[in-house]
Design a protein around this ligand. Structure first.
Ligand SMILES: Nc1nc2c(c(=O)[nH]1)N[C@H]1C(S)=C(S)[C@@H](COP(=O)(O)OP(=O)(O)OC[C@H]3O[C@@H](n4cnc5c(=O)[nH]c(N)nc54)[C@H](O)[C@@H]3O)O[C@H]1N2
Ligand SMILES: Nc1nc2c(c(=O)[nH]1)N[C@H]1C(S)=C(S)[C@@H](COP(=O)(O)OP(=O)(O)OC[C@H]3O[C@@H](n4cnc5c(=O)[nH]c(N)nc54)[C@H](O)[C@@H]3O)O[C@H]1N2
Ligand code: SF4
Ligand SMILES: [Mo]
Length: 694
């Protein structure tokens, strides 16, 4: 018997809508949801390999409780009830001794399905929720919040209708989101320009109309010079700026010394290219998109860099503009009633998040700074954190200074909720295996945008092993903790019905296409009537939010250090067929790319006697690894590059165990580097030595 199920892909955090075919109880086909514009059956390689995750026996199949030392791989099988009792007993002890705030939860993100774990944490009284965003999009988030009052997920990019896209290391054709790539291709086919700026020639560079090789860590200098030219030559959208932007004269004063000639010295990009780009953008305005980055937790000044890029968009009038940046509309703003939040039933925690106890000078929001969380675990300051829940996130595989032993010594309890054996799980006390995305239902999520849409992940097949969906894990744990009244659900339908109550939408409404849009057509506001979500309603260059937290409005560019001979700045990034650290053991994807290599500039390699394909030794202050060199002219001589997330350290994942190198091993020292003004992780601020291996 054949059935078709509409659901949501779970192979990365983009969450493309999918249609799944099940024949006689087995998944036989997965494709992009044919009803969704921009998707139309398309999936990426990872999405198509989801089936290999489901049918992989090298994943946790039942709850496990540690029996040997942490990380030893000694476990016993437990029933769910036993595992829940074990956790509840330990949490209660910690709460009694240190208070609920000593319990923290860190997860992959504040995405549409994450409310359930936050509801659990709140139900037991802790304020200390953290997302991974600190190492990802947080600079962009805070930049948008400081200027527009909107967060990053509330900003959409109308690629399909744009005239000019500027990407700074936004390698959209490899670090991909299916709908976005399709729309970018559409724009290019329609004659749009794509200016791509990177320290190496990526697949996106190959598709760009203009590629500019930049000296690492100098994007901010380039953007300051672009602002300089646009202001000096009066290239900005005066009516938009007059109406909506405050603080322009302070910006004009600050920007004076940052001429294109100065920027050429910093970036290596000729000044005429910078001037030309500014003029082209002015000619193409307002249908331009200067994309402030996705993974923007890279360099120390990237919060200010992201602000400079948002300011450029504002100067060019591309905000709430067809072919530019589009503001997400809330359900209320499109005349719909929002979903009921699971959090609304639960009183706010008595204490504040741990960042509130630290001296000001940096911004933070409700998703917190994971860097501060891990620092607090290490130092137990400003107060002890004794229990850590980790959900759909593998910090131990990616953290800078991943001296796991040092960190975990201070934790009385580590619980990992994952579909795979993550490194974090391997060092945890309890592994709670979640059913894979094709085996489970999730809470209903809101996909924000100009046409806000409700999305539903639905079970295609029942779980193959003794695993549970996340909603059930957290509802049951809340009950064990005596907080059942706050999460009073028995089935997923109970949750869906609660979420949908009063919206006029029913569960069956998702049957037809898997989604329910809250309005018929995209809503784009009249540009004469915009109101930003800042206290003044304007785009605030002199941000009220920054003033409140004692964060300077402007940051002068500081020239990055030049590496010594034989040393390089280590940069890394995504490859199209893998997701971060989680897919390298996937049977299909592992076959395509089983390990990474080290990109190194040909001239630099020559000086070190390294030829293409040679093994090289890469060393940081405390770690040395071996990897094959890819010698190429298509990378800046100051950096070496590798694809992220290889060198899996969990022996039961046999296909990927020990293959390639994990860039995180080389990030010693970054634990103490907090991005200026934002306190985000700055992952590209580490240097390595490279030499030929014998
Ligand atoms: N060293 C280093 N650190 C980085 C980065 C880097 O490039 N290098 N990049 C940063 C960025 S931008 C990001 S986004 C993060 C990403 O880093 P992570 O979030 O750690 O990476 P992922 O591989 O996406 O997945 C994390 C875990 O989620 C699990 N998982 C997958 N699907 C499910 C599911 O359905 N349920 C549950 N419960 N678990 C699931 C996976 O098995 C994996 O163990 O890392 C950041 N940190
Ligand atoms: N296939 C795949 N796609 C993904 C993901 C995945 O894991 N796999 N993850 C998703 C996530 S969570 C994220 S955050 C995004 C990340 O999306 P991107 O940020 O587009 O992806 P990265 O591969 O991290 O790109 C980093 C790029 O920055 C370049 N770079 C390094 N230093 C500099 C510099 O100083 N200036 C400039 N201009 N460029 C520099 C690097 O060479 C590299 O090409 O990808 C998303 N899409
Ligand atoms: S980009 Fe690929 S892996 Fe990510 S959600 Fe879409 S199809 Fe799945
Ligand atoms: Mo990310």
């Amino acid at each position: 018997m054949k059935k078709s199920v509409f659901s949501v892909c779970g192979m990365c955090s983009v969450r493309c809508p999918v249609r799944v075919e099940v024949t006689d109880g087995r998944i036989t086909w997965v494709e992009g949801n044919p009803y969704v514009p921009g998707i139309e059956r398309a999936l990426c390689a990872k999405g198509s390999s989801g089936v290999a995750l489901v049918y992989d026996s090298q994943r946790p199949q039942y709850p496990m409780i540690r029996t040997g030392p942490r990380g030893s791989g000694q476990w016993r099988r437990a029933t769910w009830d036993e595992a829940f009792d074990y956790i509840a007993e330990s949490l209660t002890k910690i709460r009694d001794q240190y208070g609920a705030k000593a319990i923290a939860l860190v997860d992959r993100g504040t995405g549409p399905f994450g409310e359930i774990q936050r509801a659990f944490l709140r139900s037991i009284g802790s304020p200390n929720y953290f997302s991974h965003d600190d190492f990802c999009r947080k600079n962009v988030d805070l930049a948008y919040q400081s200027l527009l009052g909107y967060a990053r997920p509330e900003i959409g990019y109308d690629f399909a209708n744009t005239k000019h896209i500027v990407f700074y290391g936004r390698n959209a054709f490899e670090a991909l989101a299916v709908r976005e790539v399709n729309n970018i291709i559409k724009a290019l086919e329609n004659g749009a320009k794509l200016t791509y700026i990177d320290v190496r020639v990526t697949k996106t560079a190959a598709k760009a109309t203009k590629f500019l090789m930049i000296r690492p860590a100098t994007d901010y200098a380039l953007n300051l010079a672009l602002i300089h030219v646009i202001l000096k030559e009066n290239l900005f959208d005066r009516s938009f700026v007059d109406r909506y932007v405050s603080g322009l004269s302070d910006l004009e004063d600050f920007i004076k010394p940052y001429t294109p000639e100065w920027a050429e010295q910093q970036t290596g990009i000729p000044s005429y290219e910078i001037i030309d780009l500014a003029r082209q953008l002015a000619a193409d305005k307002p249908r331009v998109i200067l994309y402030p980055g996705w993974f923007a937790g890279r360099y120390m000044d990237y919060f200010y860099n992201a602000r400079a890029i948002v300011i450029l968009n504002a100067l060019l009038g591309s905000i709430e503009q067809k072919g530019g940046l589009l503001l997400a509309k809330s359900p209320k703003e499109v005349g719909a009633k929002p979903l009921n939040s699971l959090l609304d039933r639960i009183p706010a925690p008595e204490h504040k998040r741990l960042e509130a106890e630290l001296p000001p000078g940096f911004l933070y929001d409700g998703a917190g700074h994971a860097l501060h969380l891990f620092k607090t675990i290490k130092t137990q300051e400003p107060y002890p954190i004794k229990a850590l829940f980790v959900v759909r996130y593998d910090p131990f595989a990616g953290l800078p200074d991943a001296d796991i032993k040092e960190l975990i010594a201070n934790l009385d309890l580590i619980v990992d909720v994952d579909v795979n054996y993550s490194l974090t799980g391997w060092y945890a006390d309890v592994i709670l295996p979640e059913s894979t995305y094709l085996e489970r239902d999730d809470i209903i999520g809101l996909q924000r945008g100009v046409k806000p849409t409700l999305i539903m992940r639905r079970q295609a097949i029942p779980p193959l092993y003794d695993t549970k969906p996340k909603w059930e894990i957290f509802v049951k744990l809340a009950k064990k903790m005596g907080a059942g009244e706050y999460l009073p659900y028995e089935t997923i339908e109970d949750i869906w019905n609660y979420q949908l109550a009063g919206t006029g939408i029913k569960i069956e409404d998702f049957d037809k296409t898997g989604q329910v849009s809250l309005c018929k057509d995209p809503v784009i506001w009249n540009k004469d009537e915009l109101k930003f979500k800042t206290p003044s309603g304007k785009i605030e260059i002199l941000s009220s939010k920054m003033k409140e937290r004692d964060v300077p409005y402007f940051y002068p560019f500081k020239e990055p250090p030049t590496p010594k001979e034989g040393e390089f700045r280590l940069v890394f990034g995504r490859v199209a067929v893998h997701t971060h650290v989680q897919t390298h053991n996937n049977k299909y994807l592992n076959e395509i790319i089983p390990e990474n290599e080290l990109w190194i500039n040909d001239e630099a390699a020559k000086r070190l006697g390294i030829r293409d394909g040679d093994f090289v030794e890469v060393s940081s202050v405390d770690y040395t690894g071996r990897i094959r060199a890819k010698v190429t002219p298509f990378i800046h001589p100051e950096v070496v590059f590798m694809y992220r997330g290889f060198e899996n350290e969990v022996p039961v994942k046999t296909r990927s165990f020990g293959k390639g190198l994990n860039e995180a091993k080389f990030l010693r020292g970054l634990f103490d580097k907090f991005g200026y003004g934002s306190h985000t992780g700055a992952l590209f601020e580490a240097f390595v030595k490279v030499k030929k291996a014998f």
